[in-house]
Design a protein around this ligand. Structure first.
Ligand SMILES: Nc1ncnc2c1ncn2[C@@H]1O[C@H](COP(=O)(O)OP(=O)(O)OP(=O)(O)O)[C@@H](O)[C@H]1O
Length: 208
């Protein structure tokens, strides 16, 4: 998916978080969204995902140059962010079953394979409310990695992950880079993106 950010701006109360942000994301490319704490990385990802509205500007989503209708955009986007709530009342297996009633799974996977891949097999019947923060993070990432999406938005992807979880993340992004998905990684940690992203979008450039 190509995404064109056109003069985007976001203001909370009287504070402009970023202004006049224009940028074209190409299909199949991987971008790092960088900037210090509070620079607006999470806010921008949530605007691109359609969860928040910008205060000014617009976003065009295209597939090989043809505009994607607004009502279809959500079927093409996955986001993993600390702001996202999981459903506490579900077990892991129920959560995945529920999610994949609405979204298509990447080819070649099953719920069992996904649980195995993110090393949560022993927690498959555990309630999400009893998950540790790292286990929740693995699930959020798994939902993004294994859902058929043309645009994958990853916010602070390795927060709360242990070394094994971080290696799993790196391997999944390597796999994702072989697909035609456009990937945007919002991060303060170089290792989360430097292997994958040749282009960096620095939000501090759009502060004033
Ligand atoms: N709902 C809100 N109401 C008011 N201000 C908000 C709201 N959400 C975010 N902000 C402000 O917007 C700014 C950007 O926040 P955001 O979480 O997008 O930054 P970030 O770059 O992701 O930060 P970090 O690196 O710490 O995760 C911050 O100053 C934050 O206080």
């Amino acid at each position: 998916m190509e995404v064109s950010l056109q003069n985007l701006a976001k203001r909370y109360n009287k504070e402009w978080i970023f202004k006049d942000l224009s940028y074209d994301l190409a299909a199949g490319e991987c971008y790092a969204l960088i900037g210090s704490n509070g620079s607006g990385k999470s806010t921008l990802l949530q605007i691109i995902s359609g969860y928040h509205l910008p205060s000014a500007g617009s976003i065009a989503y295209m597939n090989q140059g043809a505009p994607i209708a607004p009502e279809h955009i959500f079927q093409h986007i996955s986001i993993s962010t600390p702001y996202m709530e999981l459903i506490d009342e579900f077990t892991l297996r129920e959560h995945l079953d529920f999610h994949f009633k609405f979204r298509k799974m990447r080819e070649g996977y099953t719920v069992h394979k996904i649980i195995e891949s993110c090393l949560l097999l022993s927690a498959r019947d555990k309630y999400i409310k009893n998950f540790s923060s790292g286990m929740k993070q693995r699930l959020k990432l798994a939902l993004s990695f294994y859902t058929e999406s043309k645009l994958v938005l990853l916010d602070e992807p390795t927060s709360n992950l242990d070394n094994q979880g971080t290696q799993w993340y790196m391997e999944r992004v390597r796999e994702l880079r072989k697909t035609d998905a456009t990937v945007l990684i919002a991060s303060n940690q170089d290792y989360e993106y430097e292997e994958f992203c040749s282009e960096h979008i620095d939000l501090l450039k759009y502060k004033n």
